[in-house]
Write a protein that binds this ligand. Structure first.
Ligand code: NAD
Ligand code: TDX
Length: 330
């Protein structure tokens, strides 16, 4: 089988490509990535020589290129997106272009060649939850995105489903929670903290720090996509979440400081993110019951592994760090 992976030079896409090539020695992967600020071929150094892997630098908005590549593939696994909420607040236009129009361009090609389209989405499309409740998002939760990023992802989800209902396109969707692990850009919360501490700086906590995300180790996410591609039902959506239950950003900062042997006075409370979603939690019962998936990597242990990875891979993140920080001083 040949998979067309979009956005494979990003955080989750690069982890997915490595996972898939190792697990399925018969399969080929074509990676289509525009190499925006978030795309980094250094994340795929160990697979670039593989005869089963090819990289095409190009934009998912390029209909001709996308058509040629979709024709060659058996399935499309669509990661490519603008993915950072803080950037979406500063410059939402590119999120609409890439996340909505880019997905539409791919869907048109998938429709033309009748190829299975797997769409990677986020739990943020459901809006946010109250602190101090047991509520969790499930596949039946109504969409209620609150940020330009999550609204653009919600738009893309709706269009994917519309192509299934209207044109009979074979599709599956996964909406997952916050991923963490190796090769995540240092603009995101956990790598930003680790790299700031390595540099002797402070960790920046937005607002009161009592914001809660559901944390999923990136390889568990790759395993979930695998389960859906192999056994998922055409037209279905599956929610994917991790093993945490209500750990606040402040608690995570304290854990990272402890792992790195740094005192709590390195915490700096900074201005809050506008429209900051308070709490996310994911009920992953459906994918567990129907496809036998569950997360296997505990947050505590893999947070330590992630800290160690950044400590040992400074040459990977250092070139990205200065540029990552520039958005925070705009
Ligand atoms: P990322 O920002 O690290 O990577 C995105 C990749 O897409 C980059 O390699 C970039 O070059 C590429 N790209 C961007 N615009 C493109 C375009 N127009 N054409 C071709 N390539 C383009 O993102 P990520 O964190 O790996 O997220 C991957 C997907 O997973 C996204 O769809 C995101 O919405 C979703 N997601 C991410 C998380 C998370 O915690 N990171 C959680 C839920 C869902
Ligand atoms: O410096 C920071 N300080 C801070 O307190 C940063 C960068 C973030 N935060 C907070 C904001 C969030 O409550 O930490 C939390 C996590 O922030 P991000 O890493 O920016 O992730 P988030 O906005 O939750 O979105 C992520 O998960 C869902 C991904 O970036 C999205 O692509 C995905 O859909």
């Amino acid at each position: 089988m040949t998979l067309l992976v979009t956005g494979g030079a990003g955080f989750i896409g690069s982890n997915f490509i490595r996972y898939w090539l190792e697990k399925y020695p018969e399969d080929d992967i074509i990676n289509l990535d525009a190499l925006t600020y978030a795309g980094n071929l250094a994340s795929l150094k160990d697979v670039e020589q593989s005869s089963r892997y090819s990289f095409i630098q190009g934009n998912i908005l390029d209909a001709d290129l996308v058509g040629d590549l979709v024709e060659k593939a058996d399935k499309i696994v669509h990661f490519a997106a603008e993915s950072h909420n803080d950037r979406a607040i500063l410059d939402p236009g590119i999120f609409i272009e890439t996340n909505i129009k880019g997905t539409f361009t791919l869907l048109e090609a998938a429709k033309k060649y009748n190829k299975h389209f797997h769409h990677i989405s986020t739990d943020e499309v459901f809006g946010h939850l109250e602190l101090g409740t047991d509520d969790a998002f499930s596949e039946t939760t109504p969409y209620a995105p609150r940020s330009p990023y999550s609204a653009s992802k919600a738009g893309s989800d709706h269009i994917v489903r519309a192509y299934h209902e209207t044109y009979g396109l074979p599709i599956t969707i996964t909406n997952c929670s916050n991923n963490f692990g190796p090769y995540q850009h240092p603009e995101k919360f956990i790598p930003r903290m680790i790299t700031d501490i390595i540099d002797g700086g402070t960790v920046k906590i937005y607002g009161d720090g009592l914001y809660v995300r559901d944390w999923l180790y990136v390889l568990d996410h790759c395993r979930a996509i695998d389960a859906v591609l192999s056994k998922g039902k055409n037209g279905e959506t599956y929610l994917v979440g991790g093993m945490t239950s209500d750990v606040s950003n402040k608690d995570i900062a304290l854990k990272v400081l402890e792992i790195m042997g740094v005192s709590e006075d390195k915490i700096a409370y900074v201005a809050d993110r506008p429209g900051h979603d308070r709490r996310y939690a994911v009920d992953w019962t459906k994918i567990h019951n129907e496809l036998g998936w569950q997360p296997e990597h505990s947050f505590e242990e893999w947070l330590k592994e992630t800290v160690a990875w950044y400590q040992n891979h400074e040459s990977w993140w250092r070139p990205l760090k200065e540029r990552a920080e520039s958005i925070y001083t705009k």
